[in-house]
Design a protein around this ligand. Structure first.
Ligand SMILES: [Zn+2]
Length: 594
């Protein structure tokens, strides 16, 4: 087979819908037009918002949306240009230039959201009574959510300034220390110094001893820095405690729930459902031990491959597989996905200098989204295409929304992408008679489900326990390790043996430092999608129109409200249990391959 075909050679996107190139004069004219309009916007509207009626405010909001699109179009283009070739000096310059201009001009517009936040509740109620404001209700609510927890301007300024030498300084120390670490590992008889991403990649290596050796070296190196790492964690935890007290949050997780637009009880219902089903993960680990031919799984075996790499899949076949799988679910899905190929909205070829990984990005409802990935012909690459095209379908459907409602909220952001991946896997399972192929597909899927649903819940429990404990005093490195092993132990039960160095497992999770309690949104998004998928299995075709409406809604509603329109109550434990029926189904399928 031609390697050109395998590697998706020539499958490049066409960014011509945005600009003709980095030197397109329209970029500079957009900048000056945006600046002119921003200045005018500020001159006319600053200090006036409190006097607006609903019809006027909705007109001004529409003006603000159009201006934002104009202002961010060059930045969006620059980021895509940079992603397709990170070594392109013109793209680098343009990224820098667009960042400066967007910040500069964007500053002119800050007054607008501040004045919207400052409105009192009765003013907002009067504004919302006007029908023109209906589509902005959620946006206004989102903007004003933090109002009760916002301090005076002066206090906010002081906190910001002191953060530079406080929390931010510890975050930076953490990043610099982690980034400087190298890990000595003997690979094929030769001692090497590996980076963290190289160690992480080795967790998927077929050699068991190598997996354990490299991960131990990684963890022990963190252990050598225990003093600094423990101090960073202690300070970040304490800083957050103080912040919550100043801002009158009754609980340390509340700011995260508020930004996710989710009730605390909903998250708790989800996490408890995951914990009730730790036994399902443990059953998978026992099964995986059998597949790997080991007596008991170690935590370094969880992502081990169970079979030799299978045959390569040419890009054209990947495209056909994804489109057929989508078409089986909904003709509309297949149609939208096909546009990415026919209209060149996807960049899939492998090129030097291209940004690694994959993403789907969208500027505004007036533009179609773009997908980037690097296709090497592996089964995982086909899943990645399905995943990113799922995002692409979501963005395409939510183009019916206004600019402020175009993006789905975080906990719904992976709904279409994960759904698309499961749809693909089910299609591939139905197509093959080979036990080995089925086994490989199911293990890939269950490994992912472990990593998102289960692991992230256990991580969140550790983080909650750490913050809780910090309230009554400093934690020692041993305290941290103990809390970590406790929470991981609950997840693994007796199905997985943790290697001794795993006690340092908490210290490398940068989310704990940079995005507090973020981890639960991974569990939430994935389990939500699994539960939706189970509904599809139960209801068949009749599920599809409601699901499409959910995606069309973008970010126009609270997640619980959007889902209640599908007849789903995410506060009900029974809903979350549905997600585990899909997982148990995959587990049964896996057992059948033995
Ligand atoms: Zn995604």
């Amino acid at each position: 087979m031609q390697t050109a075909e395998l590697k998706a050679e020539g499958v490049r996107w066409n960014l011509g819908d945005l600009y003709s190139g980095p030197e397109d004069p329209r970029i500079e004219s957009d900048f000056s037009e945006a600046r002119r309009r921003a200045e005018e916007f500020a001159r006319i509207h600053r200090g006036k918002l409190a006097g607006f009626d609903g019809a006027t405010l909705s007109r001004v909001l529409a003006e603000y949306e159009a201006l934002s699109e104009l202002l961010y179009r060059p930045s969006f283009y620059a980021s895509l240009l940079f992603a397709e070739d990170t070594q392109n000096a013109k793209a680098q310059q343009l990224v820098q230039r667009t960042r400066e201009v967007a910040t500069d001009t964007g500053n002119q517009l800050i007054f607008f959201s501040l004045e919207l936040i400052a409105l009192d509740d009765s003013q907002v109620a009067a504004l919302m009574a006007s029908p023109e404001m209906a589509e902005y209700e959620h946006y206004l609510g989102v903007l004003r959510r933090f109002k009760p927890h916002t301090l005076s301007e002066k206090e906010e300024q002081i906190l910001n300034q002191k953060n530079l030498t406080g929390r931010s300084a510890f975050e930076q120390l953490y990043d610099e220390l982690s980034g400087s670490m190298r890990f000595k590992v003997v690979v094929e008889g030769e001692e090497k110094e590996l980076t963290d991403s190289e160690v992480m990649a080795l967790l998927r290596h077929p050699d068991r001893e190598l997996r354990e050796r490299s991960f131990s070296s990684f963890l022990e190196k963190h252990g050598e820095h225990a003093m600094v790492l423990t101090a960073v964690f202690n300070n970040v935890f304490l800083d957050h405690k103080v912040d919550c007290e100043l801002r009158k949050y009754s609980d340390v997780v509340l700011p995260t729930h508020l930004s996710n637009d989710i009730e605390p009880k909903t998250v708790e219902a989800m996490m408890q459902a995951v914990e009730r089903h730790y036994s399902v993960a443990q059953e998978y680990f026992r099964l995986k031990a059998r597949l790997l031919g080991v007596e008991k799984l170690r935590n370094t075996d969880i992502f081990a491959p169970i079979a030799a790499a299978t045959e390569k899949i040419p890009f054209s076949e990947a495209r056909a597989l994804v489109l057929t799988a989508f078409g089986n679910f909904s003709a509309r899905f297949a149609e939208i996905a096909e546009e990415f190929f026919t209209k060149r909205w996807i960049d899939a070829e492998v090129r030097a200098g291209k940004r690694s990984g994959a993403f789907c990005a969208s500027l505004s409802p007036n533009y179609h989204p773009y997908v980037l990935c690097s296709y090497t012909g592996n089964g995982r690459d086909v899943s990645t295409i399905a995943h990113e095209l799922g995002h692409g379908i979501h963005y395409s459907l939510s183009r019916v929304q206004k600019w402020v409602n175009h993006d789905a909220p975080l906990v719904l952001a992976e709904t279409a992408s994960v759904f698309a991946e499961i749809t693909l896997t089910r299609h591939l399972l139905a197509k093959t008679n080979s036990r080995e192929v089925r086994r490989g597909l199911l293990c890939d899927l269950l490994d992912d489900i472990y990593g998102t649903v289960y692991r992230q819940t256990a991580l969140t429990r550790f983080e909650m326990a750490g913050h809780q404990k910090r309230k009554s005093g400093q934690l020692s490195a041993d305290d941290m390790c103990e809390l970590w092993l406790q929470e991981q132990g609950k997840l693994f039960g007796d199905s997985v043996e943790m290697i001794p160095a795993y006690r340092w497992g908490w210290s490398y999770i940068s989310h704990f430092i940079h995005s507090r309690f973020y981890c639960y949104s991974y569990s939430f998004g994935e389990l939500l999608t699994l539960a939706l998928y189970q509904r599809y299995l139960d209801e068949g075709e009749s599920f599809v129109p409601g699901y499409i409406r959910l995606l069309e809604g973008g970010g126009s509603k609270r997640p619980d409200q959007a889902l209640s329109e599908l007849g789903i109550d995410i506060n009900h434990p029974e809903f979350w249990d549905r997600g585990f029926r899909v997982i148990e189904g995959f587990l049964t399928d896996l057992k059948a391959t033995l």
